[in-house]
Design a protein around this ligand. Sequence first.
Ligand SMILES: [Zn+2]
Length: 318
Amino acid sequence: MRFREIEGGRAMDLTRRRMMQTALAGAGGLAMGVAPRWAHAALDLGAMRIDTLSDGHLVLPPEFIFGPMPQAELGPVLEARGIVPGAPLTPECNVTLLRSGENTILFDTGAGPAFQESAGKIGAALDALDVAPEDVTHVIFTHAHPDHLWGVLDDFDEPFFYEAEHMIGKTEWEYWTDPKTVDTIQPERTTMAVGAQRRLMAMEDAMRFFEDGEEILPGVAAVSTPGHTPGHMSFEIRDGSESVMVIGDAIGNHHVAFARPDWHSGSDQDRDLGAATRVALMDRMATEQMRLIGFHLPGGGMGRAEKGGDGYRFVQES
Ligand SMILES: [Zn+2]
């Protein structure tokens, strides 16, 4: 097993349709012949190859995560990790690509063209690895938040990965497609609910459902990690004794989520459950020294959790 980090990339063999999509997505760098740059991490797991694709980054008000935390204790935690109090957070968005035998598998689709201007860049990241959207055989969702799901449809509202079977946990599907959810979710999350319902229903015929513990593809097992959303799933990718856990947003950042996994995070829909899940997952990752890939962790998102001080720290591997 080895880790590598690659900076930059090159667009190859753009079809007319994809050039159009790229232009519409506002990725002007490609059209002007300027090489795009993004963080990218990779590892080999037995015969499997895992890359992370940058979908860009988000821009979030700090209260979105820090709001419910004990503010007096929060200051020193942020300071120790170089986070400027009050400044917007700009977490990376890292989509995991697994190539295993005949299968080309994506974990989440990124944000697509309609969420934030700084995200939705996965097309360029795929191009750099010479993977076309139609080469993707399976799309597996961790959860149905915009930065993970909305890239499922392209600028024309058609499936972006149109040859792929799509998979989502049964609980997550049932929650977001329930017509009552739009009215019962916290008011500030209504847009998320409307957006998720529309996109999931558009994909219904291509969708397969799975439950906690299922081996959904050879070497890929679903691990229930709820709280961030009601049916959030992580995925254990295994080859013999080696494994990696794709954790989605169960551990959502490299600062407070590691330092104080027990604190409530404003980004979790069920804050008690989100914290309990994070504490248990963090303990397992650190005890087993299992590699993890976090959607919003830095440098492409690959690393390990290490116990230290009162909490943990993220050790990036590249
Ligand atoms: Zn996210």
